[in-house]
Write a protein that binds this ligand. Sequence first.
Ligand SMILES: NC(=O)c1ccc[n+]([C@@H]2O[C@H](COP(=O)([O-])OP(=O)(O)OC[C@H]3O[C@@H](n4cnc5c(N)ncnc54)[C@H](OP(=O)(O)O)[C@@H]3O)[C@@H](O)[C@H]2O)c1
Length: 377
Amino acid sequence: MEYRNFRKTEEKVSLLGFGTMRLPLLREDSKKIDEALAIKMIRKAIDAGVNYMDTAYMYHGGNSEVVLGKALKDGYREKVFLADKMPIWLTKEAGGIHALFENQFKRLDVDFIDFYLVHSLDQKNWQKVKELKVMPFLEKMKEEGRIGKIGFSFHDNLDVFKTIIDEYPWEFCQIQLNYMDANYQAGVEGLKYAGKKGIPVIIMEPLKGGKITQFVPESIQAIWAKAPVQRTPAEWALRYVADFPEVLTILSGMSSIKQVEENLQILSSVLPESLSLEEHKIIEMAANEYSKLIKVACTGCEYCLPCPQKILIPNAIDFYNQWYLYHAYVPIKRDYDINMLKGRRASDCIGCKSCEEKCPQHLPISSIMKETAKIFE
Ligand SMILES: NC(=O)c1ccc[n+]([C@@H]2O[C@H](COP(=O)([O-])OP(=O)(O)OC[C@H]3O[C@@H](n4cnc5c(N)ncnc54)[C@H](OP(=O)(O)O)[C@@H]3O)[C@@H](O)[C@H]2O)c1
């Protein structure tokens, strides 16, 4: 396993980290984690040298923390850095923060969390973190020896990322990055920005949640086939992220033993800045080809908002695009269900077309909403 140093200290973090948001599910009840298999996978990864485990309060309805806690029994806890996150959107008051925090320790059945993140920061959540005085609370918990390093995970645009980075002395951060998202959210520019400030970056969604590894379109397969070295789509994607020296560890949410074995093998000996110019060009060609397959040229400018029906139109269009781009990949339906709130979904469009008057791309939004509803609802 390849390791990278946390800043210049002696702490060595494995380049492959284990994300526990997509643990394997039971065949007979797809709402429940296949605990035995999940524990086997986690321990297999640790035995092979993985030493960073990432969970969160809401993954698998709270069961990710429980199952990870079980996997870390029998001497495994001491072998890893454990990361968990504060879901500040689940409370309206400062007291709620404390209760959520204590519940995490109970679920995990541990007395120390090495890397503690404020979960999913965006502009609104960052404001709330300040109002609820979350950072002083976490500093106190650090002083009391309950948690180690303090960081945040992020989902908003680059400007917001830079603001959050600048406004607090973070010890690390976590961003979404893969070759399709180089210019999305924090993106490569955000990664470099954090790097310049000496803030190690943890990567999530390196395989875009599996969308760029499953059901790869023929035109993309043809690009990979022409490459001078033959690699799986997962290897191309993981190597793309591993090439950045600012990256401390890459979290992959593995859902089978085979994926654990493949990702262990891919990241067993990958040095930063080791991809050739030609290899970078091939990855860029694949990303460009994926982009060409996009059906609706929405730029996400949000000029269409607010919608009188409160539909998050750019998000709905994004799901519509993803559906075609990633060949009707089934988990996209699940993500639509989770992210598009009932009463504010594509099917709630009343066809008033007030959005179409404002859209700089002149998109036929009301018919796109109808199509989107047909697919997802
Ligand atoms: N803080 C946040 O806001 C936040 C948000 C997202 C994620 N995260 C964390 O980051 C972790 C990583 O994100 P992610 O789960 O989206 O990672 P990812 O690696 O982009 O996607 C994981 C999915 O990719 C597929 N996969 C994994 N290895 C593969 C391989 N070798 N070959 C083919 N397909 C493979 C699997 O899909 P199938 O299951 O369909 O086979 C797996 O479920 C999460 O687990 C979570 O811990 C945090």
